[in-house]
Write a protein of this length. Structure first.
Length: 416
């Protein structure tokens, strides 16, 4: 017997939530959403209990029981508010710890992003330069995860291209944090660019995607498949004074074609909006798979939306496997030259044999399209970025609703 709403155990679940909030330390918005969900569930449980037991309905008419119920709700609300405060406090302390801590010769300055790993702007005190420091989110992570981290470092070091991000350093700290130090790039990725400023005109999009093909062509020439080409992994910005320079990011799931593969059930991080049909089917990925992703990315930056709509993984899988591609010229009121559209549609062929064999061949096809497109120069790029920095390029409120990017778990072939 625990005395119901007036019992000593009434607030125990909320107290557990406070403890969980302190340990996990999500920011206050996430903690507040969790607390609100908990409170709704608590009230719902009381209402459901009333439906199942008529004696409880009678108790509601008792003033003493009413006071007890109000007291219980107030108690739960206060405990949940405490959980939000504790969570935010813990998050802030952890954040300040990261900002103040050092990893070897690197001093963490500010977060740049968070996904499978955390990325921080850091200061290299030996070389006196800013770097983008990519950290495994959990010290002492699984051996497979750390091996993939090391493999990314080795892969990027093999690629010598002005259009792939350079790696400066790789290591593991004494307390178990594996890290990669990359060159720090100023600008934004293409996903942020399109979301913030709208779709990209054909001339500029061609200028950018030809650079993507040059960088990816180096990888394909070295026998490396990126496997996660998408707007968010293509950075656009200033490099040695040249604006609109593209760098390919995140070779974390790249695969060397010379390495053996094994079939196993595992976690695959991907973006279904840009995955090839064979990726959904669980087949080995090849340079033609990257070509498909480049085509989907080109389509997306031209029109503001990916080639296929879908709110779930299954909807997107069905579309990529079976649905015909709507030509990009029909999804935008901007001019899309016929030759360029033809290249994009060939990239998006369902059968890999009907696509360009690699990024080198795709780059040659895009070079041939240049005569049909108004040229975009470095001067054009410099003017656009200057206008954007001074606020003369108006940001868009939103483009047409873009497909949500999700992480998927699937049966896949992966590197051994």
């Amino acid at each position: 017997h625990v005395a119901g709403l007036g019992g000593a155990y009434d607030a125990t679940p909320a107290m557990l939530l406070v403890a969980v909030a302190a340990m996990l330390a999500p920011p206050w918005r996430a903690a507040a959403a969790l607390a609100a969900t908990w409170l709704v569930a608590y009230v719902g449980a009381l209402l459901l209990a009333g439906l199942l037991d008529e004696r409880l309905v009678a108790l509601v008419d008792d003033p003493a029981e009413q006071r007890m119920m109000v007291a219980a709700l107030v108690k739960q609300s206060l405990m949940l508010a405490l959980a939000v405060v504790v969570s935010q406090r813990s998050w802030r302390l952890r954040h300040e710890l990261f900002e103040s801590r050092r990893l070897g010769r690197y001093r963490l300055m500010s977060p740049l992003g968070q996904g499978m790993n955390e990325v921080w702007l850091a200061w290299d005190e030996d070389r006196r330069r800013e770097v983008a420091l990519k950290l495994l989110r959990t010290p002492g992570a699984a051996e497979e995860t750390r091996a993939r981290f090391a493999r990314e470092a080795e892969t990027v070091r093999r690629l010598h291209s002005p259009h792939t991000v350079r790696i400066h350093d790789y290591g593991v700290t004494d307390d178990g944090f594996a890290y990669l130090a990359f060159e720090y790039l100023r600008g934004m990725d293409l996903d942020v660019l399109v979301r913030g400023y709208g779709r990209i005109e054909a001339a500029r999009a061609l200028y950018l995607m030809r650079q993507v093909c040059r960088g990816l062509g180096v990888a394909h020439g070295a026998g490396i498949v990126h496997r996660d080409i998408k707007p968010a992994n293509l950075h656009c910005g200033d490099a040695a004074g040249a604006e609109d320079t593209v760098h390919i990011l995140d070779f974390g799931v790249a695969r060397d074609l010379d390495e053996p593969t094994v079939t196993r059930a595992g976690t695959v991080m991907g973006t279904p909006a840009y995955m090839s049909p064979e990726a959904f089917a669980g087949a080995d990925l090849t340079p033609e798979s990257d070509v498909y992703a480049v085509g989907a990315t080109f389509y997306s930056v031209l029109t503001g939306v990916p080639p296929f709509d879908g709110r779930t993984f299954d909807e997107l899988r069905g579309a990529h496997l079976r649905a015909p591609v709507v030509p990009p010229s029909l999804r935008t009121d901007a001019d899309v030259p016929r030759s360029l559209e033809k290249v994009i549609l060939k990239c998006l062929a369902k059968d890999p044999a009907h696509r360009y064999r690699d990024a080198i061949a795709l780059g040659a096809a895009l070079d041939a399209c240049a005569a049909d497109v108004e040229p975009w120069s470095r001067d054009d790029a410099a003017r656009w970025w200057h206008r954007a920095r001074v606020g003369r390029v108006p940001p868009v409120q939103s483009t047409k609703e873009r497909t949500t990017e999700v992480e998927v778990v699937s049966l896949r072939r992966d590197t051994a």
